[in-house]
Write a protein that binds this ligand. Structure first.
Ligand SMILES: Nc1nc2c(ncn2[C@@H]2O[C@H](COP(=O)(O)OP(=O)(O)OP(=O)(O)O)[C@@H](O)[C@H]2O)c(=O)[nH]1
Ligand SMILES: [Mg+2]
Ligand SMILES: [Zn+2]
Length: 349
């Protein structure tokens, strides 16, 4: 197998392969301007070409997991272009209202990790599930630190009751035997990503698969004041079994973006009830004859599920309308810009 195939190169990207003296590469990590790439011939450190910087929006700049075309000069290079993505894992950019931030590209499965000691939160879990599914990525839930609670199985049960079509793994990253269960999900040449709050055990899970501590490139790992190592940069790692995992620094916020087209919030329990609503386009918020509202009233649909549904729906709507406003403003600016240059030309200065 070629190096690139072992890093997940598939037929999808084949059509885009260019041979004008450029190499194909996958982005393993990014530190400032430096992009750490793997090419058929080995590692290359590359920066973005000026043309790429000028042409692209921030979210289209190469991200970890992207396939790129690179002009190589020995172990250094210039990234000329990004190949079209199979998918992109994004979230609402923290602190913004309507900007999207792409975290990584070309992902097969996203692991949502929660720690059972104090991080377990079903509302947050549903937010992750919603956003990951609307990015067209398969989610898998990992409930870690099972060793720290007396009744770990009840947590798995609570997640299962949400009804998502998604495996739930109960584990303890410190227990080698238990690691085998979730390691079984990892297929060679597939790309996985670890998501979740800081301290839930993402890097510990990864290290247990690697069999050693990940030596992060450069100064990306710092011991915080509690003496533990917190991840500071996304990094794609090839595991001994041939699969790839991207470790991600813990996230405080994982806001939803607007879904494409008319895909709104997907909740399996709500979807199951929707055909029973009087109106086929029922939003399950105020309509008469709504089967969802009825189910909440007679407690067959957990209130938590319904509240989470409404919250996510509102966030999507908010993102969408603010995004539309922003686009309109940008258009307006462009128009004014054109008028100014025309005025300049007309008055010849
Ligand atoms: N008891 C117990 N402790 C764990 C387990 N998994 C991880 N830890 C501990 O939790 C702490 C945080 O683990 P990390 O792997 O650094 O967490 P992380 O999710 O990578 O955190 P960030 O990099 O900050 O996002 C470490 O002290 C681990 O030893 C577990 O299953 N059980
Ligand atoms: Mg970490
Ligand atoms: Zn309804």
């Amino acid at each position: 197998m070629s190096t690139l195939q072992s890093y997940g190169w598939t037929a999808h990207f084949m059509n885009h392969r260019s041979n004008e003296g450029l190499d194909t590469a996958r982005v393993l990590s990014i530190q400032g301007f430096k992009h750490h790439l793997i090419t058929e011939e080995g590692y290359v450190e590359a920066e973005l070409s000026g043309a790429l910087l000028n042409r692209c929006e921030l979210e289209d700049y190469p991200k970890v997991g992207d396939w790129v075309l690179v002009k190589r000069y020995d172990e250094e290079g210039i990234i000329i272009d990004t190949l079209p993505r199979i998918n992109e894992l994004s979230r609402k950019a923290p602190g913004s209202v309507s900007s999207r931030q792409v975290l990584a590209a070309n992902i097969d499965v996203a692991f949502i990790v929660q720690g059972l000691d104090r991080d377990f939160n079903l509302m947050r879990l549903q937010r992750y599930l919603q956003q990951i599914m609307q990015c067209h990525i398969q989610p898998v839930v990992i409930l870690n630190k099972a060793d720290l609670v007396p009744d770990p199985e009840t947590y798995r049960q609570q997640v299962a009751e949400l009804g998502y079509d998604c495996p739930v793994i109960l584990t303890s990253a410190l227990d080698e035997a238990q690691q085998k269960e979730w390691a079984g999900y990892l297929l060679p040449q597939h790309t996985y990503i670890l998501l979740g709050s800081s301290g839930v055990g993402k890097s510990t899970l990864l290290n247990s698969l690697l069999g050693h501590k990940l030596q992060e490139e450069g100064a990306t790992s710092v011991a915080n004041n509690k003496g533990r190592h917190t991840t500071t940069a996304r990094q794609l790692v090839l595991l001994p079994n041939g699969s790839m995992i991207i470790d991600v620094p813990g996230m405080r916020e994982f806001g939803v973006t607007a879904a494409e087209g008319n895909d709104a919030v997907v909740h399996p329990q709500i979807e199951a009830l929707a055909p029973l609503c009087r109106f086929s386009n029922c939003s399950h918020q105020h309509e008469p004859g709504c089967a969802v509202i009825k189910a909440v009233r007679n407690e067959t649909l957990p209130e938590l599920v319904y509240r989470s549904y409404l919250k996510l729906l509102r966030e999507q709507y908010h993102f969408q309308t603010s995004e539309a406003d922003r686009r309109r403003n940008e258009k307006q600016f462009a128009k004014i810009g054109k008028q100014v240059s025309k005025h300049r030309k007309d008055s010849k200065y």
